[in-house]
Design a protein around this ligand. Structure first.
Ligand code: ATP
Length: 269
């Protein structure tokens, strides 16, 4: 009798895996032996006190800051070992929303949204505009905003324009740096809901640096906590509330943490 083959379970896919990362500026060691794994299709929040290296971490992952040591696997490839050309190809597979929005003030909304298309895709102007309009709609922007300049937009619309641009190449992974900073609470909640919806509907993996506890509770599957030069914990917010690490305990159970918990947004599912 031949034995039935053992069931092969597909290995879990992780668009981002960081191993043994060290970032150092002179004598200042910002990260040491930092490990982090992000699951496909999940929303990962990243928190940490001021100066713990959230921005340096993001810059390392984006390929803007060469680490002193360690590996950063994006879509299975260690970007610290890639050539310039391979790195640019990898960069076309993720989108980034910087804190300020980083829009070009001389370009219209649709021109801003289409910037990555001009760099990475060979499309005719009419096709490009069509793709840009689709991404504007996806980001919840009214289409009549297409020919406006950034100076004519509200803070929320600037974020949405930057989000549409981050989505224009159909990324597998989306990086957000403080996406709700500067938005009023209603605008912030709407933006959170949009990110969650995009993640769920497009199976989009999201890596989000934030100080916004409401966002963590509203949309994050897991939160990674940066402290002591590394990721000291990675778990859903509800689990982190129980942590006895002093910074994590204070962060989640201090007055602001308790207020976010009591708003009843404690379930990301
Ligand atoms: N280019 C650089 N050269 C030297 N030191 C740097 C450089 N970039 C960052 N640092 C240092 O790295 C450390 C972490 O900075 P980073 O901006 O990543 O912190 P952060 O967690 O994002 O802080 P915040 O929440 O206040 O924005 C700081 O000590 C900072 O001075």
């Amino acid at each position: 009798m031949t034995e039935a083959p053992a069931p092969v379970s597909a290995p879990p896919t992780h668009p981002l895996v960081i191993e043994g990362l060290r970032n150092q500026f002179g004598a200042n060691i910002v990260h040491d032996n930092l490990d982090l794994t992000v699951d496909r299709g999940k929303v990962m929040g990243v928190v940490g006190g001021s100066g713990t290296g959230k921005t340096v971490l993001l810059n390392s992952i984006l390929g803007l800051q060469k680490p002193s040591k360690g590996a950063i696997h994006l879509f299975g490839k260690d970007i610290t070992k890639l050539s310039e050309k391979q790195l640019r190809l990898t960069q076309s597979r993720f989108g980034v929303l910087f804190q300020s929005g980083a829009l070009f003030s001389a370009l219209s909304v649709i021109e801003n949204v289409c910037v990555p298309l001009t760099e990475y895709a060979k499309l005719k102007p009419a096709q490009m505009r069509e793709v840009g309009l689709m991404k504007m709609a996806l980001a919840g922007l009214p289409l009549d905003a297409a020919d406006k300049r950034p100076s004519e937009l509200s803070g929320g619309m600037i974020k949405r324009t930057a989000l549409a641009r981050a989505l224009v190449l159909d990324p597998e992974l989306l990086f957000l740096d403080e996406p709700t900073a500067g938005l009023d609470p209603i605008g912030a909640a709407a933006f959170d809901a949009l990110i969650r919806e995009l993640s769920d509907s497009l199976n989009l993996t999201v890596f989000m640096i934030t100080h916004d506890l409401d966002s963590l509770y509203a949309i994050c599957d897991e939160v990674a906590v940066l402290a002591d030069k590394r990721v000291v914990a990675q778990a859903p917010p509800k689990v982190l509330e129980q942590s006895d690490h002093p910074w994590i305990h204070e962060y989640f159970n201090g007055p602001r943490g308790r207020s976010s918990q009591s708003r009843g947004t404690g379930d990301a599912s």
